[in-house]
Design a protein around this ligand. Structure first.
Ligand SMILES: [Zn+2]
Length: 67
């Protein structure tokens, strides 16, 4: 029990373009081997999160607020 961090994520292999799903369980970097070609994709959630927040703020600004 407790606050276990879990986040489903789709990763695209840069080597062969295969798309596969993973579940991130904490904010450390992790290695995810591609099921198709075996290339290990390193996914850094901390860096991704920073990028996602910046992107999100850009979208909000773009919409200009309100419906
Ligand atoms: Zn691959």
């Amino acid at each position: 029990m407790g606050s276990r961090f879990q986040m489903p994520m789709t990763i695209r292999c840069y080597e062969c373009g295969n798309v596969f799903d993973v579940v991130l369980v904490d904010k450390d970097s992790h290695d995810y081997p591609c099921a198709a070609c075996g290339k290990v994709e390193v996914f850094d959630l901390g860096a991704w999160e920073t990028k996602a927040i910046a992107w999100n703020e850009k979208m909000i600004t773009k919409r200009g607020g309100g419906r």
